[in-house]
Design a protein around this ligand. Structure first.
Ligand code: ADP
Length: 489
């Protein structure tokens, strides 16, 4: 039900309309409230004044009534004239009631002789003035006691009896004049309000336009970036907010550009790397085909070369698949508690034959037992890659030292070698995909340039870090730091 109602008010989704409505309402409501307050205040004051005036007149008349003993004898012309004058003056009716609640005089002449029992009359007989304003029917009703204070005092009666009135003057006067003035006031105020509404309307339109315009501009600028990052940077300097939106968008654009550049570079690298072995195979095969009576030895030699190129192609494809797997989210990790000492020992055992072949000594030092929550396959890949590189890029009779240590939060695997080292300018590039330090030199050493990229991705998936220190000609040390417990975010 809520949704249906909101759908119907879809225009309220527009900030422009919202600003317009807010300014319009804020502009108009105070005016309407002020008008209501002024008219109500006038009404209250006018009624109070009227009650005061009439009561004063009635008090004077009450004294005359006493003087003329009107309650006992209603034949006084003077009083009648005064009563008529009063009712004409205030457009009302006056009833004189004695202490038996009997009407002795009614200026309308219809209730004389009747008995009136009303709360106000009874209260008034006890000496209290009452007044009651009926705004709906447009009259004020009030009562005034007719007192013979002096006489009762002379008779030495009790206080309560001396306060008791001899009679009551019940008056009702019309408030048409107050209503008419209120009507005029209201009409005038409405005219002023209408003019104000027109002004407020124009101001609201302007405000919503002025506030929204920069945002419309930036929307236009964003929509015009059809080709994305090839366009100029976005700049809408109309206000700080749009400037910030522009800056943020430009940042996103440049980040996308970097990503796109790296994607393009990766694709071209992949095609190049995949093509190289195939080109070699083609050249080898063609040269065999082009010759007649090729000796068997040459055939064998060429076939071995072709097999080597196929192995290389296979390695590149496998590395690429491994890399793509690493690019997925961390949720793909298969976390289990692993004894890292056992794991490193196993890896070193597997790699020992390669080290022996390269005449490199492999040393392992474990400072303490380490058990960690990791993806065993991926961490195996990390340690294998680092040790493999340390053997590959080593010198004859060199050494590789692997050290495993841990504190209460992380475990560290340090792979140090006495190899050829990495030139300073290359250090920042070694984790890039397909990067190899010296391509011509590296060609002799088997590799795809993907190993460290895969290694780094696997480490980052574990929220760990990798650091390298290297001196050309002396050796390299890689230090990997991984949390002992896997942190899920
Ligand atoms: P590759 O398949 O070429 O070994 P990697 O990504 O594993 O690719 O390494 C990138 C480059 O970093 C290597 O080509 C090599 O030049 C350099 N490199 C990596 N490890 C070492 C090391 N321990 N000593 C010297 N150079 C290294």
């Amino acid at each position: 039900m809520h949704k249906i109602r909101f759908k119907r008010l879809k225009f309220l989704h527009s900030v422009k309309i919202r600003i317009f409505l807010i300014v319009f309402i804020v502009g108009l409501v105070p005016g309407a409230i002020t008008r209501y307050a002024i008219v109500k205040n006038y009404e209250q004051r006018a009624v109070e004044l009227r009650i005061y005036n009439v009561q004063t007149q009635l008090k004077i008349l009450a004294n005359h009534l006493i003087a003329y003993r009107y309650l006992q004898d209603t034949s006084s012309d003077v009083i009648d004239a005064e009563l008529r004058m009063l009712s004409n003056l205030y457009d009302g009716r006056v009833l004189i009631i004695n202490n038996n609640l009997k009407v002795v005089r009614d200026t309308y002449g219809i209730s004389e002789g009747k008995t009136i029992i009303s709360e106000e009359v009874i209260r008034c007989l006890k000496g209290e003035n009452t007044s009651n304003y009926d705004s709906q029917n447009g009259y004020i009703e009030m009562t005034i006691p007719i007192m013979e204070t002096l006489e009762t005092e002379d008779m030495g009666k009790g206080a309560s009896e001396s306060n008791r009135a001899n009679g009551v003057m019940l008056t009702s006067i019309s408030t048409d004049y107050i209503s008419a003035t209120m009507e005029i006031l209201n009409r005038k105020a409405i005219v002023v309000e209408t003019v104000a509404a027109l002004f407020v309307f124009i101001i609201s339109m302007l405000a919503s336009y002025v506030i929204i315009r920069p945002f419309e501009k930036i929307t236009d600028a964003l929509s015009s970036v059809k080709e994305g990052y090839t366009n100029d940077p976005i700049s809408v300097t109309d206000c700080i907010e749009t400037e910030r939106i522009g800056d943020a968008f430009n940042q996103v654009l440049s980040r996308m550009k970097v990503m796109d550049d790296s994607r393009q570079e990766f694709v071209s690298n992949v095609s190049h790397e995949l093509k190289t072995p195939i080109t070699s195979i083609k050249v080898l095969a063609d040269s065999l085909r082009g010759q007649e009576d090729v000796p068997v030895e040459l055939y064998r030699e060429f076939m071995e070369d072709i097999a080597q190129e196929i192995d290389r192609e296979d390695k590149i494809i496998n590395d690429l698949l491994a890399l793509i797997k690493m690019d997925r989210t961390s949720s793909d990790l298969n976390i289990s508690t692993v004894d890292v000492n056992v794991l490193v020992e196993l890896i070193m055992k597997r790699l020992r034959p390669i080290a022996v072949k390269k005449k490199v000594e492999l040393v392992y030092e474990s400072i303490r037992p380490v058990s960690a929550e990791v993806d065993e396959v991926k961490i195996t890949l990390v340690i294998t890659n680092l040790i493999e590189n340390a053997i590959k890029y080593n010198k004859e009779y060199g050494w590789v030292k692997v050290t495993l240590d841990a504190d209460h939060q992380f475990f560290t695997v340090e792979v140090a070698d006495s190899g050829i080292g990495i030139p300073e300018e290359s250090i920042e590039h070694i984790y890039e995909r397909f990067y190899r330090v010296d391509k011509s030199h590296s060609r002799e050493i088997d590799g795809t340039g993907l190993g460290l990229a895969i290694t780094r991705s696997a480490i980052l998936m574990h929220r760990g870090s990798i650091k390298v220190v290297s001196t050309e000609g002396e050796g390299t040390t890689f230090t990997v730091k991984i949390p002992l417990t896997y942190i899920t975010i």
